[in-house]
Design a binder for this molecule. Structure first.
Ligand code: COA
Length: 161
């Protein structure tokens, strides 16, 4: 294997501290350890890390929810991307995109979701661009979604086209 190769693999319990450190340094939305472990227990196939030279450089954590489709009036299984981050020095190298694509594949193949959705700060242009590039569309604005009062875009994408 090329030493600089980025491997996307499923989260393991031993990765918890690294993932929490990345979450705290990259995002204002932080969670207690049990929240990460609960998502891992419930949806282990949809919690992935990016590893480079033995170092965790990014993660994506998702869960599966029943709810109304963002595209029709049906009740469906939706894959919810809860949190994604890549450490600053490894950004813009395609890692965030790979994490998203692998997590979406896993949610479709293992949990049979028919669509994906996420919330993102309206000011977070890098993330919004990433999601648009992957085919997500803005469904609506959620006012005051974040603790500091910022609005969120709810973005969604169909799993099956
Ligand atoms: N400005 C504009 N577009 C950007 C961007 C930036 N700084 N960073 C990523 N993008 C868009 C581009 O379209 C890019 O494609 P391109 O490089 O071919 O132009 C595409 O996203 C894919 O980028 P990629 O390299 O796969 O993403 P990444 O590894 O840099 O990770 C984030 C993207 C959002 C995960 C990363 O910026 C991050 O960790 N941000 C802080 C945490 C965060 O905001 N998470 C999202 C919360 S909803």
């Amino acid at each position: 294997m090329n030493a600089d190769e980025v491997v996307i693999r499923e989260f393991e319990r031993k990765d918890l501290d690294d993932v929490i450190a990345i979450n705290r340094s990259c995002l204002p939305e932080n969670y207690p350890p049990y929240f990460f472990l609960e998502n891992y227990r419930n949806y282990p196939k949809a919690f992935l890390v990016a590893e480079k030279n033995g170092e965790i450089v990014g993660y994506i954590m998702c869960r599966v929810e029943y709810g109304f489709s963002h595209f029709s009036r049906k009740l469906v299984k939706r894959g919810h991307i809860i949190s994604i981050a890549v450490i600053p020095r490894e950004r813009r190298k395609g890692i965030g995109g790979k994490l998203m694509i692998k997590a979406m594949e896993a949610m479709k193949n293992h949990y049979s979701v028919s669509e994906y959705f996420l919330e993102v700060r309206v000011s977070n242009f890098p993330a919004i661009n990433l999601y648009k590039k992957l085919g997500f569309q803005i469904v609506r604005v959620i006012p005051n979604y974040y603790l500091d009062g910022e609005n969120a875009y709810l973005m969604a994408k169909k799993a099956i086209n």
